[in-house]
Ligand binder design. Structure first.
Ligand SMILES: Cc1ncc(COP(=O)(O)O)c(C=O)c1O
Length: 397
């Protein structure tokens, strides 16, 4: 019976990365996949993560399941990291969480809870959004509406358009927001804009669902969470999907959490109990290794300091690359690239057509998505001139 299933095309992003790996050009540049890369083009393991991992291996005496909600130290650590240790919702006991397989698992569990509370609810997603949001939430039965977000001509947020569209979001609807470092566009909301969204949610009664996968890689751990925390302070309930893939470098260990902020501690507890049943149905038990490491790093003063220092230097490097790329492009092309410096996190659209992005791959072995989304962290001292020169050439200069 299985022969009825046709071969499906490769994932477009992973397919491009594979094409780059196969490209024999020694000067090829891979700006496709969303992983942090250092100056040597490697995705590093944090020193604190290595230390925690060594401790764990020495001390681990069993591979029995961890509790269904995950490691307690991890849950405490991630709640405090995302919401802030002094969050009034946390202090009031209005927060619960479950450890999940990565940020994707967190999004999926969040979607399951929304579907349980309001079957086939409408989820408002930014235009554009991370493409994986659609199958992750849609396969549960949720439906989508989109709100204007990225304004290509100005390379910024079309906040007026966003507000106008979200005026139609009602009680029982969900609004999916990127906590920081918007993927794919890098254009984030200002704090005053978050405040306006909070006011709309209060008045219209929609539920914010916040995906935060890059905390610490935009403006630092605290500032990157400021908008989300403002919503938490003002609203009775919301859901957060957090990922430790990028900011703790735990990608393959599949480490994340769904956080529930309820109206009171009983509702936070009820939401967690629902999430445990949903998890049991989807993947049964959470993976242990990454969360046990993250729990140690977040809970141990010395490891945490070491991790934060390393994360801050990654964040500084991304922001330096942003300003260097802007300067190099502006030196090569008579065009304003200041948006690259304004945008946050690992991604920006360069503003090229799909045909220009394809020419970059074909003629210069510079790989980016057809949308011209680049992973800024894929740039380094050895390839930045190649990137700037190649972009200038496809732009016809
Ligand atoms: C916007 C966004 N959300 C969530 C994730 C979740 O990632 P993971 O499941 O690897 O933790 C990613 C990863 O690329 C992302 O870009």
């Amino acid at each position: 019976m299985l022969e009825v299933l046709p071969r499906l095309p490769d994932d477009p992003i992973l397919g491009l990365a594979a094409a780059c790996r196969a490209d024999p050009n020694p000067n090829k540049v891979d700006l496709t996949v969303g992983i942090y890369m250092d100056e040597q083009g490697l995705c590093p393991v944090f020193e604190a993560v290595q230390q925690a991992q060594r401790q764990l291996i020495e001390q681990e005496s069993s591979k029995a399941y961890i509790p269904p909600a995950g490691d307690a130290a991890f849950n405490t650590g991630i709640q405090q990291l995302v919401l802030g240790a002094d969050s009034s919702a946390l202090l009031a006991g209005r927060v619960s969480s479950v450890q999940t397989p990565g940020g994707c698992g967190a999004l999926r569990i969040g979607a399951e809870i929304i579907q349980a509370a309001r079957p086939n609810a409408r989820v408002w997603v930014s235009d554009p959004t991370w493409p994986v949001h659609i199958p992750l939430l849609g396969s549960v039965g949720l439906r989508f509406e989109s709100y204007r977000y990225y304004d290509a001509p100005s390379h910024g947020v079309d906040f007026e358009g966003m507000v106008a569209d979200l005026k139609s979001a009602q009680r029982g609807d969900v609004v999916l927001l990127h906590g920081c470092c918007h993927n794919p566009c890098g254009a984030d909301l200002e704090l005053e804009q978050w405040a306006q969204i909070a006011e709309m949610a209060e008045q219209q009664g929609f539920l914010p669902f916040i995906d935060i996968a890059y905390q610490g890689l935009g403006d630092g751990l605290e500032r990157d969470a400021a908008g989300l925390r403002l919503l938490v302070e003002r609203l009775p309930e919301l859901i957060v999907a957090a990922s430790c893939s990028k900011n703790l470098g735990l990608y393959r260990e599949r480490t994340g959490a769904t956080l529930f902020i309820g109206q009171n501690s009983a509702s936070a507890e009820a939401l967690q109990s629902q999430a445990l049943v949903a998890a049991r149905r989807v993947y049964s038990m959470p993976p242990a290794h990454g969360a046990l490491i993250a729990g140690r790093v977040l809970g141990d003063q010395a490891l945490r300091q070491s991790w934060q220092n390393e994360l801050e230097s990654m964040c500084r490097r991304i922001n330096t690359l942003r300003s260097d790329l802007r300067s190099k492009l502006e030196a090569a092309v008579d065009q304003d690239f200041s948006f690259i410096e304004r945008e946050k996190g690992m991604f920006s659209f360069l503003g090229l057509s799909a045909e220009q992005a394809q020419r970059l791959r074909r003629e210069h072995s510079v790989y980016m998505l057809d949308s011209s989304r680049i992973n800024v962290a894929g740039i380094n001292a050895a390839n930045i001139d190649i990137v700037a020169r190649s972009v200038a050439q496809v732009l016809g200069r």
